[in-house]
Design a protein around this ligand. Structure first.
Ligand code: GLN
Length: 563
């Protein structure tokens, strides 16, 4: 049976529970332990698939096609694990299953209640993670903040779980805030005490406290927190703000969190080196040899989390090239006039990410035209590829009014459309192409040069496709279809002949990039952006507060930032 760690949060949201959970998993993996991560989300949506990115941030897609919370992205980036449907549990799923059972009559006329029926269903899902796979440790992160009405059933389930498996087999880690009050010139422990008090009221005594702070927490303060929160001093872990999220595992380990975990869970302590991570990820992220500026042209750019995986992948591509990436976020709605195009001056690469809906499309097309005509490296992802096809049709093939039928059903040139078999499906749910699919990569293409493989597997999340009726026309005009599905039916990668690096993909490569193993397409994109920068300017000096680092604020909790 695996050991179970529950990670909860208190005081405020956005403390970075996801990154803390992923960091703990990373430290334990380095000891040779097999670790699984799971997110328990209190909201009532069944999954975030239908949520607005403004509400939820990015929807992270797993190999098995689950639409999940973006914390699963952190989990996969920090660890070796490949996650799936079972790793993200929502209240919506739990209630859905319990109510379905009730309708079937499975409860034999009994009253169906939050305790025990909902809590039992939650415990079932916690166990399910390790049902068919062997793990040494399962980490379950409970979304929300201690004291929320919504997360109560999850906390109650976790409390019961510990009671059932015993103290040696389970552990509670609570993440809190120790704020610095400028006027007093002091760190304050009271919010932490209150938050632990709230947990105790529901029967949970945390074993370890991770204290987010701007300033150093000295031993005296640790002793004070320990005394008032009823934990050992060694179990008070300082989590001071770091410049790169990838430093967190190193910082936690330096605080000795793994010693406390091993001692409490009776796991034999092995040090486990994070040297590889330090050398190949952290040092490179913090001390790049050079900088490059990339434009990210999307419509949700005000929201930090909407393009989380894309931004992380750009950084990974930078790390692989010893380069810091400054991401210039450009609102595509503000790129609709010729004058506005000045915003693209001085960038060495342009990326158009995925998206839904017509808002901001024309600005994306303008950005793509700019990249194509001025030979600026371009990387299109999902909707970004569809826009590249539309732009090429309109401006290189003179197909006036060419569009995707997602945005204009009556376009004279539906270059992006639904496949015939999809045309009559009306229901929005369940009609998307989701999850990992294979793709064959043509030799002698930019794509093949990057992947160095004939067949790849990438994750998808879209409905519309390149319209095959136009294949020949596009190819004759210089667009290569460099990646095709094994059936030959679906265009997966396109690129241009007369351009140093113009490549776009129908899938989402950003879900498979890791800091120490950058996705090959991101790596190549940054490499070519550096060539462009070298040819067109002296390169940009290192920013005083590198945007790339400033952006790495921890993710907020679902929905809470809007309260
Ligand atoms: N809206 C487009 C589609 O459904 C692209 C989706 C995306 O970019 N993820 O096909």
């Amino acid at each position: 049976m695996p050991k179970h760690i529950f990670v909860t949060g208190g005081v405020v949201s956005s403390l970075g529970k996801g990154i803390a959970s992923a960091s703990i998993a990373k430290i334990l993996e380095a000891k040779g332990l097999k670790v699984a991560l799971q997110k328990l989300d209190p909201y009532l949506n069944v999954d975030p698939g239908t949520m607005n990115p403004y509400q939820h941030g990015e929807v992270y897609v797993t190999d098995d096609g689950a639409e999940t919370d973006l914390d699963l992205g952190h989990y996969e980036r920090f660890t070796h694990g490949t996650l799936g449907r079972e790793n993200n549990v929502t209240s919506g799923q739990i209630y859905y299953s319990v109510i379905a059972k009730e309708r079937r009559g499975d409860y034999l006329g009994g009253t169906v209640q939050v305790v025990p029926h909902i809590t039992n269903a939650i415990k079932e899902r916690i166990r399910e993670v390790s049902r068919n796979k062997r793990y040494d440790v399962v980490i379950s992160e409970v979304g929300g903040t201690a004291g929320d009405i919504e997360s109560l059933p999850f906390l109650e389930a976790a409390r019961q779980f510990r009671h059932e498996v015993g103290r040696e087999n389970s552990l509670f880690i609570h993440l809190t805030l120790v704020p610095y009050i400028k006027a007093a010139g002091e760190l304050k422990t009271k919010p932490t005490q209150h938050s632990v008090g709230t947990l105790r009221e529901i029967g949970i005594q945390p074993d370890i406290l991770i204290c987010r702070t701007e300033k150093k927490i000295d031993q005296a303060m640790k002793d004070k927190i320990a005394l008032f929160c009823n934990v050992e001093s060694e179990a008070v872990i300082e989590a001071r703000d770091v410049a790169s999220i990838y430093e967190c595992p190193l910082a936690f380990k330096a605080e000795g969190i793994d010693k406390v975990i091993c001692q409490k869970l009776k796991i034999e302590y092995k040090s486990g080196s994070l040297q590889h991570w330090k050398k190949n990820v952290v040092d490179k992220a913090l001390h790049p040899k050079q900088w490059v500026k990339i434009a990210l042209v999307g419509k949700y750019i005000e929201l930090q989390d909407a393009y989380k995986s894309v931004c992380e992948s750009l950084k990974h591509g930078g790390i692989a090239n010893d380069t810091g990436v400054v991401i210039k976020r450009i609102n595509s709605e503000k790129l609709e006039s010729a004058r506005a195009m000045g915003q693209l001056q001085g960038v060495s690469g342009i990326l158009v990410p995925g998206g839904f809906g017509t808002r901001g499309i024309e600005g994306k097309l303008n950005a793509i035209r700019f990249a194509r005509e001025r030979q600026v490296p371009f990387f299109g992802i999902c909707l970004g590829m569809q826009c590249a096809v539309i732009e090429f049709a309109r401006n290189a093939l003179d197909m006036k009014g060419a569009h995707s039928t997602e945005f204009n059903k009556k376009t004279p040139f539906p270059v992006i459309s639904l496949l015939e078999e999809q045309q009559n499906v009306k229901d929005m749910g369940g009609t998307m192409r989701l999850g990992a699919f294979p793709c064959q990569v043509k030799k002698d293409t930019l794509a093949h040069k990057a992947y160095k493989a004939d067949e790849i597997s990438e994750r998808h999340r879209h409905r519309y496709e390149f319209n095959n009726e136009y294949r020949e026309k596009f190819q004759k005009a210089g667009m290569k279809l460099s990646g095709i599905s094994p059936s030959g039916k679906l265009v997966e990668i396109i690129e241009l002949e007369d351009h140093p690096w113009f490549l776009a993909v129908q899938f989402h490569p950003e879900f498979k990039s890791k800091p120490d193993r950058a996705h090959p397409l991101f790596q190549e994109f940054i490499r070519h952006a550096l060539f462009y920068q070298e040819a067109h300017g002296a390169g940009i000096p290192a920013p005083a507060i590198p945007e790339v680092l400033a952006e790495q604020a921890p993710p907020r909790e679902n929905g809470e930032a809007h309260a």
